[in-house]
Design a protein around this ligand. Structure first.
Ligand code: HCB
Length: 213
C-alpha cells in the first residue's frame, strides 16, 4: 500500500499531471481512502516540492505544474470525500485565502473536508480583503459562524491580525470563531492575535473546527 502513496507523491513532485490523475484513479479502484490518498500521497509530494523550492532545487514554473497535478487529482477526490458527508449541521464555515495571497491548495483541502463533515462551507477564494470576510460574517448572522482563513506567506499572515482587530471593532467577535492556518501560522501566532485555533492539516482542521464551535 505504501507504494501507491509513494507513486502519488512522486507524480506531484515530477509535475506529472496525467500521472497524478492516473495514480489517483488506481488508488480509488483499490479502495484506498480518499483522505489517505491526499495526506499520505499527494500532499506529502507537495510538501517535498516546497522543501526543494526552498533549497533552490526547483523553480516557480515547476511548482505551478506540481500544483496543477495536485489540483487535477483533487477534481476526482472532492466528490469522493463528499460521499461520506454527514448531514448534521456543524455550522457555517466562511473560507478564504488572505489578501495578497493566491496559494489555495491547502485552503481548498480544508474547505472540502469541512464540507464533508457537516459544515455549510462558503468559499470566498483567494486574495480576499478582510472587509469582504467581515461582510460575509455579518450576513451569516443567526448561524454558528466559523472563519477559516489561510495564509502561506509571512506577509499575508499579518492580515489575520488585522482581521481580528476588525471583527472586534465591528462588534462581531462573540458571534464568530476564528481558525487560521497555512505553513507560517503557529499556535503562538494564534495566541498572539487572539484567534481560536489552527491545524497542521485538513483532517486536524475538522477536529479543531468541531471543538471550537
Ligand atoms: Co509559493 N511560496 N509563491 N507558490 N509556494 C511558498 C508559500 C513559500 C513558503 C516558498 C518559499 O519561498 N520557501 C514562499 C512564501 C515565503 C514566505 O512568505 N515566508 C512562497 C512565495 C514567496 C511565492 C511567490 C511570492 C513567488 C514569486 O512569485 N516570486 C508567489 C506568491 C504569489 C501570491 O500569493 N501573491 C508564489 C506562487 C506560488 C505558486 C502559484 C507557484 C504555487 C501556488 C499554487 C496554488 O496554490 N494554486 C505555490 C506553491 C505551491 C508554494 C509551496 C511550494 C507549496 C504550498 C502548498 O500548496 N502546500 C510553498 C512552500 C511551503 O508551503 N513550504 C511555497 C501544500 C498544502 C496542502 O499545504 O500548508 O497550504 P498548506 O495547507 C495545509 C495546512 O497548512 C493546513 O491544512 C492544509 C491541508 O493539509 N491549513 C489550514 C491551510 N489553511 C488552513 C486554514 C485553517 O483554518 C486550518 C488549517
Amino acid at each position: 500500500m505504501s507504494d501507491i502513496f509513494a507513486e502519488l507523491a512522486q507524480a506531484v513532485e515530477k509535475q506529472n499531471i496525467a500521472g497524478a490523475v492516473e495514480k489517483t484513479k488506481e488508488a480509488l479502484s483499490k479502495n484506498v481512502a480518499p483522505l489517505d490518498i491526499i495526506q499520505k500521497g499527494l500532499a506529502a509530494g507537495m510538501k517535498n516540492v516546497g522543501e526543494r523550492f526552498e533549497k533552490g532545487e526547483l523553480f516557480l514554473p515547476q511548482i505551478m505544474m506540481s500544483a496543477k497535478a495536485m489540483n487535477e487529482a483533487m477534481v476526482l477526490l472532492t466528490p469522493e470525500l463528499a460521499k461520506s458527508s454527514s448531514s448534521a449541521s456543524a455550522g457555517v464555515a466562511i473560507s478564504f485565502v488572505q489578501e495578497g495571497d493566491i496559494h489555495d491548495i491547502g485552503n481548498r483541502l480544508v474547505s472540502t473536508m469541512l464540507g464533508a463533515n457537516g459544515f455549510e462551507v462558503k468559499v470566498l477564494g483567494v486574495d480576499v480583503p478582510n472587509e469582504k470576510v467581515v461582510e460575509e460574517a455579518k450576513a451569516a448572522k443567526g448561524s454558528k459562524v466559523l472563519l477559516v482563513g489561510s495564509a502561506l506567506m509571512t506577509t499575508s499572515m499579518l492580515g489575520q491580525k488585522d482581521l481580528m482587530v476588525m471583527i472586534n471593532e465591528e462588534g462581531i467577535r462573540s458571534k464568530v470563531k476564528c481558525m487560521f492556518g497555512g505553513a507560517p501560522v503557529s499556535k503562538a501566532w494564534i495566541t498572539e492575535i487572539g484567534a481560536d485555533g489552527t491545524a497542521e492539516n485538513a483532517a486536524e482542521a475538522v477536529n479543531v473546527a468541531k471543538k471550537i464551535m
